[in-house]
Design a protein around this ligand. Structure first.
Ligand code: IYT
Ligand code: CU
Ligand code: CU
Length: 301
């Protein structure tokens, strides 16, 4: 039974008006040897958890128990790396065969932090315990391919109030050994309408993924099975609306701010894998003149 809490570790009791205890079922600490995550098994109690994100880092805010990551504390003191996302009403992500996330040892991922958002505290009025969490299936055997994450984010988008359409464009030239995208995730706050990501090779745009950020923000399978090689451009666009706002909206951490993220989950050959890459550059308007028009077509939700 995926929701059997009997084998869980110490429960922590949280004193809020709706008293409930919460048990995160993954081990917080990773051993000093390198290990490989082969599979993520989500355990989410129906209707309580809205979404869960697994981060890896070297220095979490706390090494045990749980804390409120929405307040002054974040998830990690150093840079967090997203490894997995589960969202209610979305199918769970599977890693391809022979592909694993490297953790522990000298990977700089020595702790896991699991973030759970609860949609509605009313679900806890019956005082039940939530035991949502994740099981990680792991191995100490070296795998042929290493999983990784390429994060594309806009850092300087400004959305004028009332303006119907604002595009946030991100693009970088890829300069590493070949990578093979297999899943993607989009993230914006409430003003985001559609987010699309592409590989541009010799002027030709190939879609990696396109999704409405209003749908569950999980990792979805890529649209096209492609490789990304040295010299290709990775490009993404988020379409926002400023309608309903009376002041400018900028990139930031609160729900009144916005974010524009396109995540590519990929694998690379173990011998030359780079597990985390970022792109925060604005694409040139010259490049984005040729973006497929679908990038500005809304997805019905
Ligand atoms: C400013 C912004 O866009 N923040 C995003 C992307 C981001 C993720 C990670 C930035 C950094 C990170 O270490 I991991 I620096 C952001 O916070 N995205 C959220 C999650 O934190 C993953 C999201 O739901 O995509
Ligand atoms: Cu949520
Ligand atoms: Cu955000």
């Amino acid at each position: 039974d995926p929701n059997d809490c009997s084998r869980t570790r110490h429960p922590f009791v949280l004193s809020n008006p709706y008293n409930f205890s919460l048990d995160i079922r993954i081990p917080g600490v990773i051993p000093t040897e390198v290990r490989v995550i082969l599979d993520f098994v989500p355990h989410a109690t129906m209707d309580t958890a809205h979404h869960m994100i697994l981060y890896g880092c070297k220095t979490p805010y706390a090494t045990q128990g749980y804390w409120d990551c929405g307040k002054e504390l974040g998830t990690c003191r150093d840079q967090a790396k997203i490894m997995y996302a589960w969202a209610r009403n979305a199918p769970p992500t599977k890693l391809p065969k022979d592909v694993g996330f490297k953790v522990g040892g000298d990977t700089r991922i020595n702790y896991f932090v699991l973030q759970i958002h609860y949609g509605d505290v009313k679900n806890f009025r019956d005082h039940h315990r939530d035991c949502s969490g994740l099981t990680l299936r792991m191995t100490s055997k070296r795998q042929p391919f290493i999983a990784g994450m390429y994060l594309m984010m806009s850092v300087d988008t400004v959305i004028p109030p009332g303006k119907k359409v604002t595009n946030a464009d991100i693009a970088c030239t890829y300069t590493s050994s070949p990578m093979y995208p297999f899943a993607f995730r989009t993230h914006t706050h409430s003003l985001g309408k559609v987010v699309s990501g592409y590989r541009v090779r010799n002027g030709q745009w190939t879609q990696i993924g396109r999704q409405s950020p209003l749908l569950p923000q999980a990792f979805y399978p890529v649209t096209n099975t492609i490789d990304v090689r040295n010299g290709d451009i990775l490009a993404a666009r988020c379409v926002f609306t400023g309608e309903g706002r009376t002041a400018v909206t900028q990139i930031g951490g609160t729900s009144n701010d916005e974010m524009c993220n396109f995540y590519i989950m990929y694998y690379m050959d173990n011998t030359r894998a780079v597990p985390y890459m970022n792109c925060g550059d604005d694409g040139s308007s010259e490049l984005f003149r040729n973006i497929p028009s679908e990038a500005n077509i809304l997805i019905p939700v």
